[in-house]
Design a protein around this ligand. Structure first.
Ligand SMILES: [Zn+2]
Length: 218
């Protein structure tokens, strides 16, 4: 047994892995078998098309998925990352493989980062990249601390709220890759649309999107 495996076993002993969705203590698996069966998978509707281009998401943003994402973002429950990353990596492999060769994310503002202590989409991007042996690359910067999109329901207002709040951080690199842009949730797609617009304006030849969850449209 190598040192890494021993270390992992010790960590599992002191900090037992829990199901991200119901909190049950787990062995080696990333989520419990009950949740694995019951989660709201997007299935045949995993890919959504819109003004942002295409966005793939393994789960619908509802019930246990919504609760788990809120715990992750607002209560710093980072134990969910391995499971979320694995689901997103599988979804990208099934729905978007061949359409990108580098991974980036939708960043939070410096102010939000200081308050929350982490950038949730950056961590999701890093987690989903683990098995691909690549690192996500920073390409965007959030330059304005606009009101949270979650407090705005009107689609046009959501588009207006994110207009001009992102800028390209790495124009040189952006034009050299086809990008997978990672975020946590796709609601109306306004944030993704704006980030895709900024990346393409900076010379990105292609951008496809991936989120953990998507809001089901009625
Ligand atoms: Zn569970």
């Amino acid at each position: 047994m190598d040192l890494k495996a021993i270390r992992r076993d010790l960590l599992d002993f002191f900090f037992p892995r829990r199901c991200p969705f119901c909190g049950r203590i787990l062995g080696r698996e990333l989520l419990c078998s009950d949740c694995e069966k019951a989660l709201p998978y997007t299935g045949a509707q995993a890919v959504r098309k819109g003004a942002f281009g295409v966005c793939a998401s393994p789960l619908w943003y509802e019930g246990a998925v919504r609760d788990a994402l809120l715990r992750f973002k607002f209560r710093r429950d980072l134990g969910v990352l391995a499971c979320f990353g694995e689901m997103m990596a599988r979804c990208a492999a099934e729905e978007l493989m061949g359409e990108f060769d580098a991974v980036t994310w939708v960043p939070v503002s410096t102010k939000r980062l200081r308050k929350r202590g982490f950038d949730q989409s950056r961590l999701l991007a890093a987690s989903l990249c683990v098995d691909w042996h690549v690192q996500p690359i920073r390409t965007l910067r959030k330059i304005s601390d606009n009101p949270a999109q979650s407090g705005i329901s009107d689609a046009a207002a959501r588009r207006a709220n994110v207009l001009g709040v992102y800028e390209c951080a790495e124009a040189q690199i952006v034009s050299q890759h086809r990008w997978l842009l990672v975020d946590d949730i796709c609601t109306t797609g306004a944030t993704l649309q704006e980030c895709v617009r900024v990346l393409k304006a900076a010379g990105a030849p292609e951008v496809v999107c991936l989120t953990l969850a998507s809001v089901r449209r009625r």
